[in-house]
Each structure stands twice: as C-alpha cells, then as structure tokens.
Write a protein that binds this ligand. Structure first.
Ligand SMILES: [Zn+2]
Ligand SMILES: [Zn+2]
Length: 253
C-alpha cells in the first residue's frame, strides 16, 4: 500500500475551552501515539489542533447584551452543558457540567456534517452524566467525538500529563470502536471495555487509570502499542471502513 502524502479522508480535530492550548498539545501527542500504530492510515487521518474555535458570527447583540450563537463556537457547547447543570442543581455545589447535554448538542453540529471529522473536545470543567452521576473523565460517541475533562488530573498544582494522555487515548479508542466486535475479552461496564491486563481500553470504575498508565509507558519505551492486538484489529477495521465509504462516495459522484 502506498503510504505517503495521500489525500486526507477524515481529520482528527482537537478543540478546547479558552486557555487550554497546552492541554490540546498533550492530547495531540497522545492521539499521534495511537495513530502511529496504524501506519497504513496515518496520512489519511491527519491530527490538527483547532483550539478555541469560534465562527465569524459566534455572538449576537440583543437587548443590551451579547449572546452566543448556537453551534458557532466551542464556548456555546460548553454553555449548554453548564446551563443544564444549573437547571439540575449541579453547577453551584460542584462546578460540574452535564456531558450528555454537550454530546447531544454536538450530535446536531452542522459543521460535523459538512466536514468529515473525528472530534476531541477538551474542557476544564468537571463532568457528570446520567450514567456516571458522580463524575466522569470523558464521554465518547463512537464514530464521532469525545468530550474530555482535564479537571481530575490536577494533583494540587501539578498536572498529571501521563494519566490525562491515557484517558485521551482510551476515549479516542472508543471513537474508533476498539472494543466492538464479537470478542471474548470485552465486557460491559458503562459501555464495552477490554479485559486485557495492559490495554488502555480497560475500564476503571473508580476513575483511577494509574496502573494502566504505568503499563502503557513501560510498553511505549519498548516500542509496543498502548492497546492490545484485538483492540488494534477493530481500529484497523473502522479506519478501513471509513476509507471504503470515502472511495464509494467518489465513485458515486
Ligand atoms: Zn471507556
Ligand atoms: Zn484491548
């Protein structure tokens, strides 16, 4: 297979709340590590940091105040999740936002339909969902996008880059359907998760990914991928399917 300088089929775009550029670059590196495990597809799925995106008409002036225009900025999506949290009495005590609401709005994103993409959305707010009512580190719509919070990776003043990157890779793995398929080493725990003892696609119900991060870094030093061969295989099958759809789309034009 030809490997270099082929046309991009689908971009992997990283968006973030204001003031989070540093975290976007940690996320990019994490995803690069995963995509490096798929050399035949790497150039067709380029990774790009978009940052705190807003369109030209991201806000309107009405009755003496500015309002964010629906779907026209990252801040608007976060505002929706925050509004929901206020409604549900979560914002005041815990400063958490409702990730289900954010995913719901992102599913209706008109740009998502126009520009083929996998999206990573970073927020500094803590997340809760109807499934994980206490808190969650991230949530993914497979085949689409992930919303990930940096909030739980702060240990006093130090940011735990390695554990954050494990979670980014895990959520990105859900985007690529790593834990799909008829597999004996996948079990249901808030979505399908891998049971292979070193794989990043394992679930930790207490949110502590440190043991997985340790194994991941150990493997990385030795040139091994962060996921197991079965998760890898599912990744190839997803990327291949996306390429097929693209090819067939061209034929039909
Ligand atoms: Zn998961
Ligand atoms: Zn696995």
């Amino acid at each position: 297979m030809q490997q270099n300088n082929r046309e991009a089929i689908r971009q992997i775009l990283i968006f973030n709340q204001e003031g989070m550029d540093e975290f976007a670059s940690y996320a990019k590196k994490a995803i690069e590590d995963v995509m490096n495990c798929f050399p035949d597809y790497k150039d067709r799925f380029p990774i790009k940091i978009v940052g705190n995106w807003k369109s030209g008409n991201y806000r309107t002036y009405e009755n003496g105040k500015f309002n964010l225009t629906p779907y026209e900025s990252i801040d608007w999506y976060i505002e929706q999740a925050k509004k929901k949290a206020i409604e549900e009495g979560r914002w005041e005590p815990t400063k958490q936002i409702n990730v289900d609401e954010m995913c719901h709005c992102l599913l209706l994103d008109p740009y998502f339909r126009k520009i083929p993409q996998f999206g990573i959305y970073l927020t500094k707010y803590d997340l809760y969902s109807y499934n994980a009512s206490n808190y969650c580190l991230g949530q993914t719509v497979p085949g689409g996008f992930s919303v990930i919070s940096t909030n739980r990776f702060w240990n006093t003043n130090k940011f735990d880059i390695a554990n954050f990157q494990t979670v980014v890779q895990h959520e990105f793995g859900h985007i690529l359907f790593f834990t799909n398929g008829d597999r004996s080493n996948v079990k249901e725990a808030l979505g399908p998760h891998c049971t292979v003892a070193y794989c990043i696609m394992q679930q930790r119900m207490n949110g502590n990914m440190s043991d997985i991060t340790e194994k991941r870094l150990f493997r990385k030093l030795r040139g091994f991928p962060p996921m197991c061969p079965d998760c890898s295989k599912q990744g190839v099958s997803t990327l291949d399917r996306v390429c097929e759809i693209y090819k067939n789309g061209l034929v039909g034009r």
